[in-house]
Each structure stands twice: as structure tokens, then as C-alpha cells.
Design a protein around this ligand. Structure first.
Ligand code: SF4
Length: 244
């Protein structure tokens, strides 16, 4: 029998005590968890990829910080890395919820099965969909990454439908980082149409920024992100489409 993990076992790379950018329209603390199975060439935080790297803070310190901010924050976002990599994620989410905070999750959907276990404990998901399934290998550098990400999208959308009329609905923002080496305007239009066809209402297109990224970027000639004109987005297919 597999021993249940405890929140104190989380490997935490860092925490932001106050953020207005990690969950739209919410004031949050954001907890960055160590480790990711993928190796996206444009990763904005490659130091968080190695799951064996030692964390920089403890769960006890995070809880102290949250207790100091009761009534001041709306929620807590678990980010990464890939948060679903860690079995202690769900117990940590439950503790956060019991303190009275809403729970947000940033995920790239690398582990659909683990994401399915986490979803009932989450109020909002920021899900990265980086490309069409067949183009994932180039972006994420790992086989089966596209299948897993798009399976995760199906799971989140299904969970959103199931919870729509409950007292704990699930909100979703699908996010796509655009880099000209990975996608062009036409490809981005096609991706948007596929997301809308799948049932996504809220899409955020995020221009690649080199802050935190490896320099030079591995495997690709770094193109100029400004080259993307982003003027062919299927805006009318979404209730909300933001470009950041
Ligand atoms: S999924 Fe996110 S954290 Fe993991 S390598 Fe890609 S950009 Fe970095």
C-alpha cells in the first residue's frame, strides 16, 4: 500500500507573498513547486525543472505566511515547475482551502491522472496548451507530451461541466505562450479554433518574454517575438481572449 503524502513533504522552490498576476482578478500568494518532466525550450524558469533540486522554503513557512495574510488574500496558486508531479499537492491544497482561501493551479497537463486527482480540490486552473498535439515534441522536448496535455484539457473541461451548477464551480483559463520558433500566425489561428471546438471559453495568448529563460535558447534560433502580429486570432470564438 502506498503511504499517503503529507503537505510538509512538498518540495517548494519559492513563494510569492502577494501577486495580482498569477490568477486573473484575484490577489494571491503563489507557491512554486520544484520539478517538471518537460524541457520546453522557452521555459521561463529552467531552475525549477530538476525534481531532485533542494527546495528553498518549507511548507511550515508557507503556512505561517498564509496565516499572516488571512482576510488579505483571495487565494493561493500552486505553480511550478509542474505541481501535479508532487503527491503532497492535494493535502497542501486541502489545508489552504480549510484556511479559507480559494485554490488555483498552474499546470501544463503533463500528468492527466494526477491532475484528475487534484481537480476536485481546485477552484481555478491556468492550463498551458502550448501547441497542437503533433507539435508538442518540438516545444516540450518530450515524447507523448501533446497527448498528455490535450487529455488534461479534456479532463478539465469535463470537470468544469460537472461542477457548473455546484457551489464550487471550476474556472479555467487556457494559456498559450507564443514564440515564433514554435508557432506562426496561421498555426496560432488553427490552435485557437481547436481550443474553441473543444469547448474552451477563456484563452490567454502570452508573448514569449526572455526574462528567466535560458540564453541562448536551446535547440532553436531565437526569432524575434515581435514578429508575431497576432492579428489572425479567432477572437469571436471565445468569451474571453486576452493577449499579454
Ligand atoms: S512545462 Fe513549464 S516549467 Fe515545465 S519545462 Fe515547460 S515551461 Fe518549464
Amino acid at each position: 500500500m502506498v503511504r499517503a503524502a503529507a503537505a510538509c513533504e512538498l518540495n517548494i522552490a519559492g513563494v510569492t507573498a502577494f501577486s495580482t498576476v498569477d490568477w486573473p482578478d484575484m490577489m494571491t500568494a503563489t507557491v512554486f513547486l520544484q520539478g517538471c518532466p518537460w524541457n520546453c525550450f522557452y521555459c521561463h524558469n529552467p531552475a525549477l525543472i530538476d525534481p531532485r533540486a533542494e527546495g528553498a522554503t518549507t511548507w511550515a513557512e508557507v503556512m505561517d505566511l498564509l496565516c499572516d495574510r488571512l482576510g488579505l488574500l483571495d487565494g493561493v496558486v500552486f505553480s511550478g515547475g509542474e505541481p501535479t508531479l508532487q503527491r503532497a499537492l492535494v493535502p497542501a491544497m486541502d489545508l489552504v482551502h480549510r484556511l479559507g482561501f480559494k485554490v488555483g493551479l498552474h499546470t501544463a497537463g503533463a500528468y492527466p491522472g494526477l491532475l484528475a486527482q487534484a481537480l476536485p480540490h481546485v477552484d481555478w486552473v491556468g492550463l498551458d496548451i502550448k501547441a497542437l498535439p503533433q507539435d508538442y515534441g518540438f516545444v516540450a522536448g518530450r515524447p507523448h507530451s501533446g497527448e498528455n496535455a490535450w487529455r488534461s484539457l479534456e479532463l478539465v473541461l469535463g470537470n468544469q461541466v460537472l461542477r457548473a451548477a455546484t457551489d464550487r464551480p471550476l474556472d479555467l483559463e487556457v494559456r498559450t505562450t507564443v514564440h515564433p520558433a514554435a508557432i506562426d500566425d496561421e498555426g496560432l489561428h488553427d490552435l485557437g479554433c481547436r481550443l474553441a471546438d473543444a469547448g474552451v471559453d477563456c484563452w490567454a495568448v502570452q508573448r514569449f518574454r526572455d526574462t528567466g529563460a535560458r540564453s541562448p535558447l536551446p535547440r532553436v534560433e531565437a526569432g524575434d517575438p515581435a514578429r508575431l502580429r497576432l492579428d489572425r486570432l479567432p477572437t469571436d470564438r471565445f468569451a474571453s481572449l486576452v493577449v499579454r
